[in-house]
Design a protein around this ligand. Structure first.
Ligand SMILES: Cc1ncc(COP(=O)(O)O)c(C=O)c1O
Length: 346
């Protein structure tokens, strides 16, 4: 990406970076205060989370994620470390992951020395495996897996005994409140959570990617195994971060406000991309616009770099994405408006 970044930086009004999905809006004050108030922290934190955090995670899992039946949960140091470590911790030997996907699914499979295979979305075509990643809403495509697809994925697990790890870290950000809404696999499992794990993150939900806070929810037997490994491996969420997570999980107002912010930015940048001939696909939720002009991804990246805008090439997420680009909405309102103006200028 370096040459495209260099070209974009030469633009007269400077670079607007829409290539990474890192939040830019402030961490809400009440979350910052919860962190600061727990700064005196001489003892080790609990791997399973403080009693207050456990209660907050449970309530959130039931009320927002929609889990029912027997389940357990654990806090994590953001969700990327979970994705990188889970196949090793569960001794996976064959890992399936989506053909267009966040690259860490492959990294985790390689760390586990498992066979890794990119698969399409239809689980009826999947080979037998012992571990499967799914991701809805998807990074990079913004696609929401429909309930029927999740039901089929659960049936695959029931047939093969595979663990289904569902990365739901963009769960909180539908593109609009009256459009398609993300569904957690745990709400589709209807109380039978065997072999199902749902991975969540507060990084984007609560604009605290710098704190590192996430959670794993699901099958109590799998969680028990993961818990023992995390305990002995020192994968502990710092106590001040646990306090911040407790506060964050108890509030949906700031999440709704952030969802509206991303929805507005999406509405500003989408028509500007379309004016340049890009066709937007999926992008039903999450932080990205996934689009194509039918040309090589780097040609699109290059065209936008000429306007001082840096975006991610779709090929970065798998060969199936090699004619697409991913445009992140994680820039300030002013930057998004300026980017749209540049795209619309002939
Ligand atoms: C699909 C997906 N999963 C997980 C993560 C990891 O996020 P975090 O470690 O901040 O929770 C990201 C980050 O961008 C992501 O895009």
């Amino acid at each position: 990406m370096a040459p495209y970044g260099a070209r974009a930086r030469e633009y007269k009004d400077g670079l607007i970076d829409l290539s990474v999905g890192t939040p830019v809006d402030p961490t809400p004050d009440f979350i910052q205060h919860a962190l600061i108030e727990s700064a005196n922290s001489p003892g080790y934190p609990l791997t399973i989370g403080s009693p207050r955090l456990r209660q907050a995670m449970r309530d959130w899992a039931i009320n927002i994620v929609g889990v029912t039946g027997d389940f357990d949960l654990l806090p994590s140091i953001g969700s990327k470390e979970v994705i990188a470590n889970l196949p090793s911790q569960l001794e996976a030997t064959r890992v399936l992951y989506p053909a267009i996907a966040y690259p860490t699914y492959l990294v985790g499979a390689l760390l586990a020395k498992a066979n890794a295979e990119a698969v399409d979305l239809d689980s009826t075509h999947w080979p037998v495996a012992d571990f499967v990643w799914i991701n809805s809403p998807s990074n990079p495509t913004g696609r929401i897996s429909p309930r029927a697809e999740l039901e089929k994925t659960i049936q695959y697990s029931r047939r093969t005994n595979a663990v289904i790890a569902s990365d739901e870290c963009y769960f909180n950000f539908p593109a609009s409140s009256d459009g398609e809404q993300p569904v957690s696999i745990l709400s589709v499992a209807a109380g039978d959570n065997k072999n199902i794990l749902s991975i969540h993150s507060l990084s984007k939900r609560s604009n605290l990617a710098g704190y590192r806070g996430g959670l794993i929810i699901g099958d109590p037997l799998l969680i028990a195994k993961i818990r023992e490994i995390r305990k002995h491996a020192g994968l502990l969420v710092p106590a001040p971060v646990q306090a911040a997570m407790t506060a964050a999980l108890g509030d949906e107002v700031h999440v709704h406000e952030q969802a509206l912010r991303y929805a507005r930015r999406r509405e500003v940048i989408r028509p500007a991309l379309e004016s340049m001939g890009f066709i937007v696909e999926h992008s039903e939720a999450g932080l990205y616009i996934w689009c194509t002009r039918g040309e090589r991804d780097l040609d699109s990246v290059s065209a936008l770099a000429e306007k001082g805008i840096l975006v991610a090439p779709g090929g970065f997420y798998g060969v199936a994405g090699a004619t697409h680009i991913r445009v992140a909405l994680t820039a300030t309102d002013a930057e998004i408006s300026a980017a749209a103006a540049r795209l619309l200028a002939k």
